[in-house]
Design a protein around this ligand. Structure first.
Ligand SMILES: [Zn+2]
Length: 356
């Protein structure tokens, strides 16, 4: 397995334009998992910025997914003769990003990594992505990104979080595995796309937050599957097979039913619509699903209301949490009692904190 060590205390500023560290953005609404949990019993946060852009924060580490900070009216190029116009604004601007320790990029497409982001992100920021995106990000001459890590389908990278070296025997660790995805339906179009390289290859991700006490020792505490920009294809069936008996706590699903070349000529759907989204929920069977990437561009032709209706009809409403831009979701990463800091010491620590 590949390894990467991140020390949040040395991560630096996220963009070339930042002159000082910004605070973690304030949320409009906070939702928790499970819904009857108290916010103070959670230890991890997912903040929704817009499109597929989120900040995942846990144990002092922050991962930014698919950074897209364009505004309503801005355009993205999505392939030869294909463009999209943004309909929404991000919850925060690029300049307001707090400290970020790594970027997780599902594929090299402008609604996931826009030109502004590409110009401004600090070159040394670690980026975990597809082999295709790695070659693009490293092929920019003097402006190349210098810490890009590529993962193929089902290939894993263990991100070890460097902490203060305290009493904990097991260290916080994040296992990231590339999941299959297909942005173009199988068949002749897919073959043509392989030749034309119009729509880039895409990954999904399995993010496992947990603790490790050695290079290959890893204990999962919360498992998040991110679909990426995929259609509901046979390749996804391998995911529940590979994770049989392992609970998937949360799924972030890229919806929108992206249709190209565009609304005036809707020829080809390249991301899941409401119906496929529900099919994926049934296939993966996560405890909870949060839809993202659902209304930000004019080429997203399946609105969130369609998904809400399909979820209701499938009897799955209690399995979905809806986030608006600027909302956050809080959850608890489990830590086994053998993790060097058992529940008793955690409680003691919490009480000590409250007393201050
Ligand atoms: Zn997209």
């Amino acid at each position: 397995m590949k390894h990467l060590t991140i020390d949040p205390s040395t991560s630096g500023l996220p963009t070339k334009d930042h002159v000082a560290t910004k605070p973690f953005p304030e949320a409009k609404t906070t939702k928790v998992h499970p819904s009857n949990a108290k916010e103070e019993d959670t230890n991890a946060t997912l903040y929704f910025i817009g499109t597929a852009t989120t900040i995942l924060e846990w144990e002092g580490i922050r991962i930014l997914t698919d950074p897209n900070f364009l505004h309503a009216g801005d355009h993205v190029h999505l392939g030869p003769g294909v463009s999209g116009t943004r309909q929404t604004n991000p919850a925060i601007d690029l300049e307001e990003l707090p400290r970020i320790d790594a970027v997780l990029l599902s594929h090299y497409h402008e609604d996931h990594f826009d030109r502004l982001v590409e110009d401004k992100l600090r070159r040394e920021l670690p980026i975990i992505t597809t082999p295709h995106a790695k070659s693009c990000l490293e092929g920019k001459g003097k402006e190349s990104f210098t810490a890009v890590h590529a993962l193929d389908f089902f290939e894993s990278l263990q991100v070890d979080v460097k902490d203060d070296g305290g009493v904990k025997q097991k260290k916080p660790s994040i296992k990231i595995t590339g999941m299959p995805g297909k942005h173009v339906p199988p068949g002749p179009l897919s073959i043509a796309n392989d030749i034309l390289k119009a729509v880039p290859p895409t990954n999904g991700w399995m993010i496992e937050l947990g603790y490790a006490d050695g290079p290959e020792q890893f204990e999962d505490g919360y498992r998040i599957y991110i679909s990426g920009d995929t259609l509901m294809v046979d390749e996804l069936k391998e995911i529940p097979e590979r994770y049989k008996g392992q609970n998937i706590d949360l799924m972030l699903i890229h919806l929108g039913g992206t249709t190209i070349p565009g609304p005036s000529m809707p020829l080809l759907m390249v991301t899941m619509d409401a119906k496929q989204g529900v099919q994926l929920m049934q296939l993966i069977n996560p405890d909870l699903t949060i839809p993202i990437h659902y209304d930000d561009y004019d080429v997203f032709m399946s609105p969130l209301s369609d998904f809400k209706k399909a979820v209701l009809e499938a009897g799955l409403s209690d399995k979905v949490v809806y986030l608006d831009r600027k909302d956050q979701f809080k959850f608890n990463v489990r830590q086994s009692s053998g993790s060097g800091m058992g529940s008793e010491s955690l409680l003691a620590e919490k009480l000590a904190t409250q007393a201050v």
